[in-house]
Design a protein. Structure first.
Lengths: 133, 228
């Protein structure tokens, strides 16, 4: 039951983040620059199959992403790391410190690209807008 | 278009002056009219960006990385241009090796004559990955002529030979100090890189004096000719 609530919460936060990101001019520009790329972000250890991808010209929330699809980049973190990000920890630091796992063909350059998405989230106060803190 | 010549600089021990030597070598090659790139692959303590005082004009897009350019016009890729100053790199060896493999394809160098590669100290996963995949034209070991450094150098020479990597030579750094008034040279350590050279049959390329607060090292023309 507790896990169900946590899953629901993660889903709400990710979904709201995607909605707000699509309204944000900086995120929109980043998405435009990354046209055709498919980035998938997953919170892994809750077994919560939610994520978001850059899908041609916008961010798209995914409830049950097909993990067998050939995404350009899959960024995975556990719930603890997700909470750290929500508290304002720089996602780029989390990557270098091994808490954000990246995979996919040529993942490093894409990891350096997606850090800009995540950093914009922190810098532009999307966290505050998402969780109201 | 000929392929760039790849010169790898390494040592088994930290603090021998690999990075300062690497930067100095790129500058010396540039002064000879060559187009040069510097690839600093030290994850833990990247410092090429500090030694060259290069700001982060490294670009990344979905096609890859466009290296930064130093004031002298040397292309530069260093993790120091991607990391903030206090961020520790805690990626596991296998991940670091994957990154190095990908960088070989994803850095868009502007057709340099030479790429000087500054490897981290020791035999790390990323160094193994690079040496296996890149096939360097020259491999230069930097040592201090003290017991610990020489002992470490023996190990890395053996490791390189085991990997069938040709060891081009040894450069002795901080071997002596030169009196600024009379020019007299005083040895700082009892041991000598020349002895190591004779013992291991790896060429002795030259010796560089101890320089307080070095920004660049005075590398002899003869050493530069040998590593070109």
């Amino acid at each position: 039951m507790v896990e169900e609530v946590r899953k629901k919460l993660v889903k709400q936060i990710l979904k709201k983040g995607v909605d707000i990101g699509n309204e944000d001019p900086v995120v929109k520009q980043l998405v435009k620059d990354s046209e055709g790329e498919t980035f998938l972000f997953l919170v892994d250890d809750l077994k919560a199959p939610y994520g978001f991808i850059v899908c041609s010209d916008k961010l798209e929330f995914m409830e049950n992403p097909d993990l067998n699809q050939p995404y350009n980049l899959i960024a995975t973190c556990n719930e603890n790391t997700f909470v750290h990000m929500l508290k304002g920890e720089d996602p780029e630091n989390l990557f270098w410190m091994g808490a954000l796992e990246m995979s996919g063909h040529g993942w490093f350059k894409r990891a350096m690209l997606i850090r800009r998405f995540l950093k914009v989230g922190v810098n532009r106060g999307l966290r505050k807008k998402v969780i109201g803190l | 278009m000929p392929k760039p010549r790849i010169i790898v600089i390494l040592s088994n021990k930290g603090g021998t002056g690999k990075s300062t030597f690497s930067v100095s070598l790129t500058q010396a090659l540039k002064r000879r009219g060559k187009t040069v790139a510097l690839l600093d692959l030290d994850f833990a303590s990247p410092c090429a960006q500090l030694l060259t005082q290069t700001k982060s004009n490294l670009q990344v897009d979905k096609k890859g990385f466009t290296p930064a350019t130093t004031e002298e016009g040397i292309e530069l890729f260093s993790f120091g241009l991607l990391l903030s100053q206090d961020t520790p790199v805690m990626l596991r060896g296998i991940k670091r090796a994957e990154i190095v493999q990908q960088l070989a394809k994803d850095i868009r160098w502007n057709k340099p004559d030479y790429i000087v590669v500054d490897l981290p100290s020791g035999i790390q996963e990323e160094s193994l990955s690079l040496l296996r995949n890149l096939k360097p034209n020259k491999t230069v070991i930097i040592i201090q002529p003290d017991k610990l450094s020489i002992s470490s150098a023996r190990r890395i020479i053996k490791a390189l030979r085991h990997m069938k990597v040709n060891v081009s030579g040894i450069v002795e750094n901080m071997g002596y100090i030169k009196c600024p008034k009379c020019g007299e040279e005083t040895k700082l350590f009892a041991d000598s890189a020349k002895q190591l050279s004779q013992e291991t049959k790896v060429a002795f390329l030259g010796s560089i004096p101890f320089i307080p607060h070095p920004k660049t090292l005075p590398i002899d023309e003869s050493v530069i000719r040998k590593v070109m």
